[in-house]
Design a protein around this ligand. Structure first.
Ligand SMILES: [Zn+2]
Length: 364
């Protein structure tokens, strides 16, 4: 099969499927070399973040005792060693969003072809890694990728689309294979929502009809375990998951009870009263769907569970740990209502002295 001349050009007599299949086996882009060789500091950060206590990743003696020549990197760090960093990724995302995707390689052409055919959304669906041998400090990786397969059109829960699988081959500084990865995405036509038709006919803003509509807040990833929480918020109820076997409350929602392991649960309506257990004031990076400074608090409910939520009705300077708060509900758009806490008028804050406590702790 010969590669298509251009994404949209002279091959329009071919069916879309034929044109898609012509990409299979082509290189997806240039070879990427890791910024840093495999190294102990990055391994340390990874195992700390992941809570992985296997000593072979940080302790020479333990690694040798386990039959390795020395410390090895966690195999699942494979992709870490070729990542280009947050800033470069964000710049690439910005360029893509601005339509200056730039690249004209086979992968860019394949994406452009699917975009033109209406498959404009993308979601990552699968990642399978294969490890040839453990990576050790000093290994310096590079990765090349090819388009492994493009599926025919499939109906999925997100909408119809094509699955695209890329094969990434990782080699070290000597060109020896050390691992591979199959990475699959779904490029799909988003299903229109009933509410979108209504919104399209409304001006983006009452003040300035030419203003771009404000992006929506990110959607929660709904599962059969957590859906009740968001449905409850829609009804202006703050619900806590409760084990029906032993009565233990739990949050965030999960399938089974951490106390008795029962899978049976129902929910309890919280009073909505709680206290600020901890908080951060987020200034940066700023995402257009949010107002800044953004207070994100860990609220301890009087029932005992804690949840993360925004706090409104207070300037960031006045918020403190231990502050009594009460829940309210804010509809951010037609599909998203979330609990938002505010200072509890029935339980006025004791004194500012309370807020000195964490400061003193930091000084000691
Ligand atoms: Zn239980």
């Amino acid at each position: 099969m010969s590669p298509p001349a251009t994404a949209s050009g002279a091959t329009s007599d071919q069916s879309l499927d034929d044109r898609l299949q012509a990409f299979v086996g082509l290189s997806s882009g240039s070879v990427t070399r890791g910024q840093d060789a495999v190294n102990l500091p990055m391994i340390r950060h990874w195992v700390e973040a992941m809570g992985d206590h296997n000593p072979v990743y940080v302790d020479e003696a333990a690694a040798r005792q386990a039959g390795f020549p020395g410390i090895i990197a966690p195999p699942t760090m494979l992709q870490v060693w070729i990542m280009r960093g947050l800033r470069a990724s964000e710049e690439a995302d910005r360029a893509r969003a601005a339509g200056e995707a730039g690249g004209d390689g086979p992968s860019d052409q394949l994406m452009a072809l699917l975009d033109e055919a209406g498959f404009t959304s993308v979601v990552a669906t699968n990642c399978d890694q294969h490890y040839v041998r453990p990576l050790v400090p000093g290994d310096h990786l590079q990765v090349s990728s090819t388009i492994d397969s493009v599926s025919s059109e499939k109906a999925t829960g997100l909408g119809v689309g094509h699955f695209i699988t890329s094969r990434l081959e990782f080699t070290n500084q000597h060109g020896e294979p050390v691992g591979s990865m199959l990475f699959r995405i779904l490029k799909f036509k988003p299903r229109p929502k009933a509410s979108d038709a209504t919104k399209a006919s409304e001006p983006a803003s009452a003040q300035d009809p030419t203003a771009a509509p404000r992006p929506k807040r990110p959607r929660p990833a709904l599962t059969q375990d957590n859906r009740f929480f968001f449905d409850g918020a829609e009804q202006h109820q703050l619900l806590i998951q409760r084990c029906t076997n032993c009565g233990t409350l739990r949050h965030p929602p999960r399938p089974s009870c951490g106390h008795c392991r029962s899978f049976e649960w129902d929910t309890q309506v919280a009073s909505g009263r709680g206290t600020i257990y901890s908080f951060v004031v987020n200034h940066y990076p700023q995402i257009p769907a949010f107002d800044y400074p953004l207070v994100v608090a860990l609220v301890e409910l009087e029932e005992g569970t804690r949840l993360v939520a925004n706090v409104s009705g207070i300037t960031p300077d006045d918020i403190f740990i231990g502050q009594p708060v009460v829940v309210g509900f804010e509809a951010f758009d037609d599909d998203l209502t979330l609990p938002v806490f505010r200072p509890d008028p029935d339980r006025p804050a004791a004194t500012a002295a309370t807020s000195a406590a964490p400061t003193e702790t930091r000084k000691s």
